[in-house]
Design a protein around this ligand. Structure first.
Ligand code: TYM
Length: 333
């Protein structure tokens, strides 16, 4: 059997970029493959330093998976923090990971670039070891479950390559007794791989440009209306491909619907306001039923905790089995 695994950080409520890049493709894999999807709660400790917010975000991400259609009978849904084997494996993996690989990691380099741009002398200022080690922990998430494919957006491509590199270094040293399968990314096609936010940059929880999945209807409408557009008059022809609302619409509307909106924009006569109304209707139609289920799951008496406990038990059984082989391969057992 083929194993699919992916995780979402518990650092804010998931947005439509997470849905298109990871949640939807991951759920599509759930029928035909073995699937393990988890909450990367320890990864989010790097950015979330408020315990009440962290607790909330953990529930929010778990509820999102379930509201979007994850069937806990078919897919193992669990919290990373419930699987101590992940953390033990990450210590082992750190010892086969060249520091230079981590020096080249995008998130770490971006932090240094920001310091350089701001004229800060110590380029590592504000960088903690959680950020520096982030890719090793992520490799442990993936390898502990003997993952074959990781459904993620393109922004995670380097992390998947690193997990593969780290698996290869381990196999090179210990492959006579235990070998990790080499994981591969499973990326959505084309534009969907990095969905733009309302400002045209990558949609991200850390920028003020994201559209949360389960915004109440009136807030969603307001947010869609606020997406910046140029001042081309209604009757003038417009370029759909440079328009954020159009790019977003294209991810959610049917092919026919998208083609007809494209034609109307190119011909002139369709204004940005009308385009945004279509975008709002399309998003609202897709997410309204899930929003209702999400709200139920978020209530304190829902069965969320029981589902996560059951998932943790099953995930842990598997992690224990793999870790035992790894410990023995390195000589710890
Ligand atoms: P995170 O929490 O930032 O994002 C979760 C998933 O959403 C995808 N994504 C996007 N896809 C398309 N367009 C966007 N604008 C967009 N923004 C986010 C991400 O690619 C990701 O698939 N490091 C991971 C969490 C993680 C993980 C793992 C993932 C930890 N361990 C092991 C896979 C396997 C992260 O920060 O994702």
């Amino acid at each position: 059997t083929t194993t699919y695994l992916t995780g979402i950080q518990t650092s804010g409520e998931p947005h439509i970029g997470n849905y298109i890049g990871a949640i939807k493709p991951a759920l599509a894999a759930a029928g035909a493959h073995e699937t393990l999807y988890f909450l990367a709660d320890y990864h989010s400790l790097n950015s979330v330093k408020d315990p009440a917010k962290l607790r909330h975000d953990i529930r929010a991400v778990a509820s999102t998976w379930l509201a979007c259609g994850l069937d806990p009978q078919r897919t193992i849904l669990y919290r990373q923090s419930s699987i101590p084997e992940v953390f033990e494996l990450s210590v082992i993996l750190a010892n086969v990971t060249p520091k230079g690989l981590m020096n080249r990691a995008h998130a770490y380099k971006a932090a240094r670039d920001r310091n350089a741009a701001a004229g800060v002398e110590d380029l590592d200022a504000g960088v903690n070891m959680g950020l520096f080690n982030y890719p090793i922990l992520m490799a442990a998430d993936i390898l502990i479950m003997e993952t074959d494919y990781v459904p993620v957006g393109r922004d995670q491509a380097q992390h998947i390559e690193y997990a593969a590199d780290i698996a290869q270094s381990f196999n090179h040293l210990y492959g006579d007794t235990y070998r990790f399968p080499i994981p591969e990314g499973d990326f959505p096609q084309g534009d969907a791989s990095v969905l733009p936010g309302t400002d045209g940059q990558k949609m991200s929880k850390s920028y003020d440009n994201h559209i949360p999945l389960f915004l109440p209807e009136n807030k969603l409408k307001k947010l869609v209306r606020r997406i910046p557009t140029d001042s081309t008059p209604v009757e003038e022809p417009k370029d759909p491909d440079s328009s954020v609302p159009f790019q977003l619409l294209a991810q959610f509307a049917s092919a026919e619907h998208t083609a007809s909106v494209r034609a109307r924009l190119e011909a002139g006569g369709m204004g940005w306001g009308e385009l945004k109304n279509e975008l709002f209707d399309t998003l609202n139609t897709e997410f309204a039923p899930m929003r209702a289920r999400y709200d139920e799951l978020m209530s304190p008496d829902s069965d969320l905790d029981a589902i996560l406990e059951d998932g943790a038990r099953r995930a842990r059984e598997r992690a224990r089995r793999v870790l035992a082989q790894v410990r023995s391969a390195v000589g710890m057992a």
